[in-house]
Write a protein that binds this ligand. Structure first.
Ligand SMILES: [Zn+2]
Length: 461
């Protein structure tokens, strides 16, 4: 059994916990599952929505010059030509000729020999390495691979008005292009001046073969994107500012900051000026949660070129004209969920020698903020239902009347419910309830008509 505060060292324990409690299930499980897909259950869906709301509050609502957008997943195919995804968004893959398993060639080599440093090799060098060292297939142990083929990571489908005339369209591999192509629209309709920002929460899709580490890397995932548009020359200041704002987001949602680190990119893509990730120490190693990038005027320049629409911004004070620079800071939503679960899940020893399972997450993120527990079903259910009706108008509220009160407390601890409200004879006679705190297990006596205020203060984000 784990000690208090020690994060799990085994992802299988977390996967099992998530399944048992309804946070995350394997995708299409009754059909044997589809690799690297996962479904969020009742508690996972709530946790995910709470994280979206927290992000909106932190990045959008508390910023006068930030606006949220909900752009389509399907976009004009020219968008992906302009962004470079049609020609440059590829993984080098090889197939095992014996068992037909497909691998990303750098991963195959790095797995064969962790010191090989495939990332530094060219494709030719990788192919040579595979042949000379007789790299084997992890699945069937044969050493018989095809040549390297470039495999585009975008999911492609067809759209056509007649049978003979179709165009290739793609499920978006990132959200950011939705913000870029709407830059002029949002600027105009919000009557904004630079700097201003557009954010978006939404799904993106990448046809990767890379194994996932549970929900860390999946073929369908959700991003919380934030794109700042600014005057060239002010970009690096904004970049430093958003590195900090992103860090503060994880601190604010209660992640243990001693397990976070910045990772500055040494190798930059040719158009970028600066790039930095925030990483969390997962049981499987450091993993990226957020990326903050100074993308210069690359994106809008490309869209100007491909669309023929001018992306020039006229400074209202100086009349100077320029294409805005973009500083993005993107939070991976599924990774934020995973990080919250890994960081919060604890098995705590109790005084009597037993243990309790507890999800120590920020009350704002908790799937249920409060649970209403009638002490005795027979005597207290009616009033408990009234209390549930009152609380559920304000908070996500759970109701549990089965089993002894200790067991019900444990169940709520395990799913992270920060407060349990017990209804008993005192409620009937004196209009008071007992409120138990998840973390301290201390109990407060609270008047029924002050309960909503009491909880509101404790849950504040
Ligand atoms: Zn094989």
């Amino acid at each position: 059994m784990k000690e208090e505060g020690v994060i799990m060292d085994d992802m299988n324990e977390l996967i099992n916990y998530c399944k048992q409690n309804g946070f995350i299930y394997q995708g299409s499980e009754i059909y044997g599952g589809l690799a690297n897909t996962w479904d969020y259950g009742p508690l996972g869906a709530k946790l995910k929505n709470n994280l979206k709301d927290a992000w909106r509050q932190h990045f959008i609502n508390e910023n006068k010059n930030a606006f949220e957008l909900d752009a389509g997943i399907l976009m004009h195919p020219r968008v992906w030509e302009a962004s470079g995804h049609v020609n440059g968004f590829q993984d080098p893959l090889v197939d095992c000729k014996e068992c037909k398993m497909r691998y990303r060639v750098d991963n195959l080599i790095n797995e064969f020999d962790p010191n090989a440093n495939a990332d530094a090799m060219s494709e030719e060098e990788m192919m040579k390495y595979i042949k000379e060292k007789h790299v084997t297939c992890p699945h069937c142990k044969a050493s018989n691979f095809t040549d390297i083929r470039e495999f585009n990571l975008m999911f492609k489908t067809e759209r056509g008005v007649t049978k003979d005339k179709t165009i290739d369209i793609y499920l978006r591999p990132e959200n950011a292009q939705g913000e870029y192509v709407n830059f002029l629209n949002v600027l105009r309709t919000t009557r904004s001046k630079l700097p201003f920002a557009i954010g978006q929460v939404g799904k993106a899709f990448r046809n990767e073969v890379t194994p996932g580490n549970f929900t860390f890397r999946t073929i369908e995932f959700e991003q919380m994107e934030f794109q700042n548009f600014c005057k060239p020359g002010t970009d690096l200041e904004l970049y430093e500012k958003y590195k900090k704002i992103a860090w503060d987001f994880y601190a604010r949602i209660g992640i243990d900051v001693s397990k976070l680190r910045y990772h500055d990119h040494e190798k930059l893509v040719f158009y970028a000026k600066a790039a930095c990730d925030i990483e969390y120490k997962f049981p499987f190693g450091w993993g990226e949660l957020n990326g903050t990038h100074d993308r210069t005027d690359y994106d809008l320049t490309k869209h100007q070129e491909y669309s023929g629409q001018s992306m020039l911004y006229t400074d209202p004070v100086t009349n100077e004209k320029y294409i805005p620079y973009i500083v993005e800071s993107t939070v991976g939503l599924d990774r934020a969920v995973l990080c919250t679960l890994v960081d919060g899940y604890t098995v705590e020893p109790l005084e009597d020698g037993s243990t309790r399972e507890i999800l120590k997450i920020h009350p704002y993120l908790a799937p249920y903020k409060v649970a209403v527990l009638p002490l005795m079903k027979k005597n207290h259910s009616e009033l408990s239902n009234e209390v549930f009706d009152m609380l559920s108008k304000k908070f996500s509220t759970s109701f549990d009347e089965s089993g002894n009160i200790g067991k019900r407390y444990r169940r709520q601890d395990a799913i992270g419910t920060p407060f349990c409200v017990t209804i008993d004879d005192e409620t009937i006679n004196n209009n008071t309830v007992t409120v138990r705190d998840r973390d301290t297990m201390k109990q407060d006596i609270v008047k029924l008509d002050e309960l909503v205020d009491y909880l509101t203060k404790k849950i504040e984000f």
